[in-house]
Design a protein. Structure first.
Length: 311
C-alpha cells in the first residue's frame, strides 16, 4: 500500500486525549513500516512511467483534435489589395469609391449603349399590342357611330382612350431617344398613330443627334430613309418642308442615290427648291425630272437652256 502520510502533522491547537495520542502514534508507526517496505528505486520507476503515460495521452488527444473547423483564418482577401491596404481604413474607403464608380458606369452603359435582344423583342411586342388595341378601339368607335342611339358618352370614352394611346406612343419614342438609340425610334415615329410623330419637330430631333463611329449613315438620314420608305404605306406623303429636309440629308452625306429612288417611287413632294438643290449638285437628269413632277415647265426650259441641252 503506497500511502505517504508523512506530511500529516499534529495540530497543537486542538486538545488531544491520551487515547488519541496512542492511536496517532500507532498510525505513524504503521506508515513508517509500509514506507520502508517499498524500495526508493521502484518509486522512481513508477513516477517515470506515470509521466510517460501522461505525455502519450496528451499527444494522442492533441492528434485527435478536429482542425477542419478552425483551419480557416476567417479573413477573405480582397483582390488587388495588399495586406497592409486591407487593414488601412483610408485605402478601403478609396477602394470602395472605385468599385461604386465602376458599378455606376456599368449601369449607365447597360442603359444607354446596349439593348438586350429580349428587351427589344418585348418593346416590339408591346408596340404591336398597343397598335392592335388602338385598331380595336377605332373599330368600336366606327360601329357605335353607325348606331342611331345616343353614343356621346361612349364616343368621349373612346376619345380619351385614343389620346392615351397617342401619349403612350410618344413616351415610347422619347424613352428610346434618351437611351441613345435612333433606329428603333425612327420606325416608332414613322408608324405613329395618325402620323402624330411624322412631323418637322421629330425630324429636327434626329438632325441634332451625332453619328456613331460604327454606323454608315447619320440618324438624320436614317430617319429620312424610314419616313420615305413608309410614306405610301402610312399613308403620309411628306410635305414640302420635310421632303426638302430629306433631300438635303441625302445630298449632304453623298447618298444622292437615295434621292433618285425616293423621287422615282413618288415618296416625296416635288417642288422647285428641291430641283434647284439637284442643280447645285450637277444632277441634271434628276433636276429635270423634279421640275417635270412639279409642273415647272418654264423652269425646265430655263434650266435646259443654261445647261445647253435645249435643241
Amino acid at each position: 500500500m503506497d500511502i505517504d502520510l508523512s506530511y500529516v502533522k499534529a495540530n497543537e491547537n486542538v486538545p488531544m486525549t491520551s487515547r488519541d495520542r496512542q492511536s496517532f502514534s500507532q498510525l505513524i508507526n504503521f506508515m513508517n513500516e509500509e514506507s520502508n517496505k517499498v524500495d526508493g528505486t521502484r518509486i522512481a520507476q513508477l513516477l517515470t512511467q506515470a509521466r510517460a503515460d501522461e505525455i502519450e495521452t496528451a499527444k494522442e488527444a492533441f492528434s485527435n483534435i478536429d482542425r477542419s473547423a478552425s483551419s480557416g483564418t476567417g479573413h477573405r482577401r480582397i483582390p488587388g489589395l495588399t495586406f497592409t491596404e486591407e487593414t488601412d481604413l483610408k485605402s478601403l474607403e478609396k477602394y470602395y469609391d472605385f468599385l461604386r464608380d465602376k458599378y455606376s458606369r456599368l449601369q449607365d452603359n447597360a442603359a444607354t449603349k446596349y439593348t438586350m435582344k429580349e428587351k427589344r423583342t418585348e418593346m416590339l411586342q408591346f408596340f404591336e399590342q398597343k397598335l392592335s388595341d388602338l385598331d380595336k378601339d377605332r373599330e368600336q368607335r366606327l360601329a357605335l357611330r353607325e348606331q342611331d342611339n345616343d353614343d356621346d358618352v361612349e364616343g368621349e370614352t373612346l376619345y380619351y382612350k385614343e389620346a392615351g394611346m397617342l401619349l403612350d406612343h410618344i413616351e415610347i419614342f422619347m424613352n428610346l431617344i434618351v437611351k441613345g438609340n435612333y433606329k428603333e425610334p425612327s420606325y416608332v415615329a414613322a408608324c405613329s398613330p395618325k402620323g402624330v410623330l411624322r412631323n418637322m419637330e421629330t425630324l429636327l430631333t434626329f438632325k441634332v443627334l451625332k453619328q456613331s463611329f460604327n454606323e454608315d449613315i447619320s440618324p438624320w438620314l436614317c430617319h429620312c430613309k424610314v419616313l420615305t420608305e413608309t410614306a405610301r404605306e402610312a399613308p403620309f406623303i411628306p410635305n414640302k418642308l420635310i421632303s426638302l429636309e430629306c433631300a438635303k440629308a441625302a445630298c449632304s452625306k453623298n447618298h444622292i442615290k437615295f434621292l433618285y429612288k425616293w423621287i422615282a417611287e413618288e415618296r416625296l413632294t416635288c417642288f422647285d427648291e428641291m430641283a434647284q438643290l439637284a442643280e447645285r449638285l450637277n444632277a441634271v437628269d434628276l433636276a429635270e425630272f423634279i421640275y417635270h413632277k412639279a409642273n415647272g415647265h418654264y423652269e425646265v426650259a430655263s434650266y435646259l437652256l443654261q445647261a445647253d441641252k435645249l435643241i
